[in-house]
Write a protein that binds this ligand. Structure first.
Ligand code: FMN
Length: 196
């Protein structure tokens, strides 16, 4: 059984269209019987962004190379997952700040990446990360889309070789029914599940 980490940043929880799409994808993965999926719901974690004391604590632990502190649990879980699924809506041209706070918690030298004279290199075990998102407008292939692009760059930084995005677009435009757009994205999700 491969271990999948599912990072849920669907802020609107069960009302979220992104959640519906990712649930479909995870269900397709479950059908294969090949995966053990562990969900991390960021909305329920009470994570803190880096400021003052929280930042200095991190620095002090890193100097001592003390990676056993509970604050590093997110980085450890991310680093040891076989595959990763992240779901978040498109907000303000990227994703909710909550996901950025999670990423801040992931970036720990000695757990998810290392550095040498040549620069930094990822040390995460995962071979594939799939990012699931939905957007109100149409931004795919435009320079203004910085959610998927950022996640792709983070994958490279963490040493995760393969990145894919499953996106549904134009959900708030009123041009096509939301259900139809989601069904099309689910078709893509089905193909991706077979190739995960
Ligand atoms: C705070 C906020 C910011 C948003 N920013 C954008 C945006 O920059 N571009 C866009 O196309 N849609 C934007 N939207 C619309 C969402 O991307 C769209 O409704 C999406 O499907 C929401 O996902 P959800 O149903 O999973 O919550 C925004 C929505 C919210 C609530």
């Amino acid at each position: 059984m491969e271990k999948i980490l599912f990072v849920n940043c669907c802020i609107r929880k069960e009302a979220s269209r992104t959640k519906k799409l990712v649930d479909f994808f995870l269900n397709e993965l479950n059908k294969t019987g090949n995966y053990e999926i562990t969900e991390l719901s960021l909305m329920d974690e009470g994570m803190t962004y880096m400021s003052e004391g929280f930042f200095h604590q991190r620095d002090e632990l890193l100097v001592k190379k003390d990676f056993s502190h509970p604050r590093f649990r997110y980085a450890h879980a991310f680093a040891k997952a076989d595959k990763i699924v992240v779901a978040a809506p498109f907000w303000d041209l990227s994703f909710p700040a909550l996901l950025k706070v999670y990423i801040e918690n992931l970036c720990v030298e000695g757990i998810t990446f290392g550095c040498n004279e040549q620069g930094c290199f990822g040390v995460c075990k995962a071979v594939h990360l799939v990012y699931v998102t939905t957007r109100g407008g149409f931004y795919d292939q435009t320079p203004m889309e910085m959610g998927s692009k950022y996640m792709e760059a983070m994958c490279e930084f963490f040493g995760i070789q393969r990145y894919d995005c499953i996106a549904a677009e134009g959900l708030d435009m009123g041009i096509r029914p939301v259900e139809v757009i989601l069904e099309e994205a689910m078709e893509k999700a089905k193909e991706m599940a077979a190739d995960f």
